[in-house]
Design a protein around this ligand. Structure first.
Ligand SMILES: Cc1ncc(C[n+]2csc(CCOP(=O)(O)OP(=O)(O)O)c2C)c(N)n1
Ligand SMILES: [Mg+2]
Length: 587
């Protein structure tokens, strides 16, 4: 009997490597970042012919991983990186851990030695699935070509659904070389994987009741809200209730900075108003957050009078660090949508006028500020303010890790969800340049500024070669304080100014970042004085055919304030050295 060909699955004989590339095309991959080598070489051959998948040859596999993360965060799609076995795969470990900590959906594809050689310490053998077991959402080792298409579909499904995260697919060389029958679409075999997205209605009603009864509620918003695409719902919930909002490092822009209900970023370097809001609250409504230690400070004195509503897609997060009075498992968009419905159904509204007035008072009395230097040298915070004003809210800002990252979080105004991309959980130096490259490839029409430290920049700036050759005109602001500044800040405060191994001596222009930019085929600019900042940024904004690197030479003594010293209570926040805010007398 003849059946209509459209009703039949597509089948075709090909190699495992061809099946891999075909599967990547079918799941919609358009960009892969990677470096070839022996074990993955069979996959690079059919990749050469693909008209749908663009492979970007990076200079270091760490760059491939961060680029995949930047691409994923700027597009909301799964980022893909590829490496060979052994050292290629182990170079992906840092970005995989980074993606795991920040719930970024990436799929890492690695070649493995031939299956008969696995476990023999063969040349370039590393047990990458074993190594990455604790830092992947899931990982696969494929030794049979027939399993390749199905596993690719499963990997993309797992990476992008529920709580997003990195998935590793390790494929032995013989599986890539073997003949197989390509069948599409394959049937997923993930019987145990069913993330809960719909929240329990009883818990939602309970939360709505607590919200109506609270006197001092706070919407404590984390990275999960933007990941769920729930920023519109968040705005509706906030405006419906009038509850003040704080946005964590991973949530900057999810709620507009300019909104009067926004109290800023909480945490170690958060604003007094945001930290105060949490500490003085009687109800924390945690949405897509994980009560990270950088936010809570000393856990035992965190928000001591608050009941907790905690909504997260990952049940493992709930009550992990702080007991949740009302636990809600679900997708943030559905949770917030249902909360809005339940609050409307409750009919009664809380009265938070006094609470808002108290927090507005903190905001006014303790705004973010910084020290300017009498010698006319440049304050890094001023650079951020001008970047923000000139590049505007439509740009993407991608930070490295250290003081410059915190200034980028504090002094750039974020109005748009997802416009700040950084390494939050792992704090990975070297993140910015490759992640900015990935973001720019995902959003070619957007302006993408990497805000990097002189230390971080020296870890991954080789991807500027990739950017220059592949036509990815990112802009890099190197905040050059000549030091591993954040570590130096701790030495200033806690180690009696004993500056052990934090002076990078970049003041000697080793390396000279302008010449380095030039060597990479980029434009290099330098700015050392406040009066030149605007003109320099404008010049960088005008160059759109090649990457631009601006060496902003700033004062080495600039510090990040406010600060809650590690392990101490949020109540002991300092907004400048030895300067503590005065909380209200009734507390
Ligand atoms: C890979 C890695 N190594 C070490 C650290 C510890 N660390 C955190 S911030 C920092 C200094 C970063 O220096 P720089 O890039 O110049 O940024 P700055 O703080 O000066 O703005 C270091 C060494 C880290 N976070 N990541
Ligand atoms: Mg530095």
């Amino acid at each position: 009997m003849l059946t209509h060909p459209r009703n039949e699955p597509m089948t075709e004989r090909m190699t495992g490597a061809q099946a891999l590339v075909r599967a990547l095309e079918h799941v919609g991959v358009d960009t892969v970042f990677g470096i070839p080598g022996g074990a993955i070489l069979p996959a690079y051959d059919p990749l050469y012919d693909s008209t749908k998948v663009r492979h970007v040859l990076v200079r270091h596999e760490q760059g491939a991983g961060h680029a995949a993360e930047g691409y994923a965060q700027a597009t909301g799609r799964v980022g893909v990186c590829m490496a060979t076995s052994g050292p290629g795969a182990t170079n992906l470990v840092t970005p995989i851990a980074d993606a795991y900590m920040d719930s970024v959906p990436i799929v890492a594809i690695t070649g493995q030695v031939a299956s008969a050689a696995i476990g023999t310490d063969a040349f370039q053998e590393a047990d990458i699935s074993g190594i990455t077991m604790p830092i992947t959402k899931h990982n696969f080792l494929i030794t049979d070509a027939d399993d390749i298409p199905r596993t690719i579909v499963e990997a993309f499904h797992i990476a992008s659904t529920g709580r997003p995260g990195p998935v590793l697919v390790d494929i032995s060389k013989d599986a890539l070389q073997a003949q197989t029958t390509f069948v599409w679409p394959p049937q997923m075999q993930l019987p145990g994987y069913r993330p809960v997205t719909r929240p329990h209605s009883k818990q939602i009603r309970e939360a709505a009741k607590l919200i109506a009864e609270a006197k001092r509620p706070v919407l404590y918003v984390g990275g999960g809200v933007h990941k769920a695409g729930a920023s519109h719902e968040l705005l509706r919930l906030a405006e419906l209730t009038g509850i003040p909002v704080v946005t964590t490092l991973m949530a900057r822009g999810t709620f507009p900075d300019s909104h009067p209900q926004h109290m800023g970023m909480p945490g170690m370097h958060g604003s007094v108003s945001a930290v105060g809001a949490l500490q003085k609250s009687d109800l924390l409504i945690g949405l897509g957050v994980r009560f990270d230690d950088r936010v809570t400070g000393e856990l035992s004195s965190f928000a001591p009078n608050a009941k907790v509503v905690h909504a997260d897609i990952d049940p493992a997060e709930i009550s992990k660090n702080r007991h949740a009075d009302v636990p809600i498992v679900g997708d943030a968009r559905e949770v917030i949508g249902e909360l809005i419905g339940a609050i409307e159904a409750e009919g009664r509204k809380g009265d938070y006028a006094e609470w808002r007035a108290l927090l507005d008072g903190y905001k006014e009395t303790y705004p973010l500020g910084f020290e300017e230097f009498a010698d006319g040298s440049l304050a890094p915070q001023y650079v951020m303010q001008r970047l923000s004003a000139i590049a505007g809210p439509d740009a993407y800002y991608v930070a490295g890790v250290g003081q410059h990252q915190m200034w980028a979080a504090q002094f750039v105004d974020y109005e748009r969800p997802g416009s700040f991309i950084n390494s939050g959980g792992l704090g990975t130096m070297g993140f910015a340049v490759p992640a900015a490259m990935g973001a720019k490839m995902g959003r070619p029409d957007a302006t993408v500024w990497a805000i990097d430290g002189d230390g971080c920049f020296q870890m991954t700036n080789q991807e500027l070669a990739t950017c220059a050759l592949e036509g990815v005109p990112i802009k890099v602001a190197v905040i050059n304080n000549g030091n591993l500044g954040m570590v130096r800040q701790w030495q200033t405060l806690f180690y009696d100014k004993r500056y052990s191994n934090t002076d990078l001596q970049t003041t000697r222009r080793i390396p000279d970042f302008v010449k380095l930019a030039d060597a990479y085929g980029c434009v290099g600019l330098r700015c050392e004085r406040p009066e030149d900042v605007d003109a320099t940024i404008r010049k960088a904004m005008e160059i759109n055919d090649v990457p631009v690197v601006v060496d902003f030479v700033v004062h080495q003594d600039a510090m990040v304030w406010p600060m809650v010293a590690a392990g101490t209570s949020n109540d002991d926040i300092k907004f400048a050295r030895d300067m503590a805010p005065v909380w209200d007398s009734e507390d």
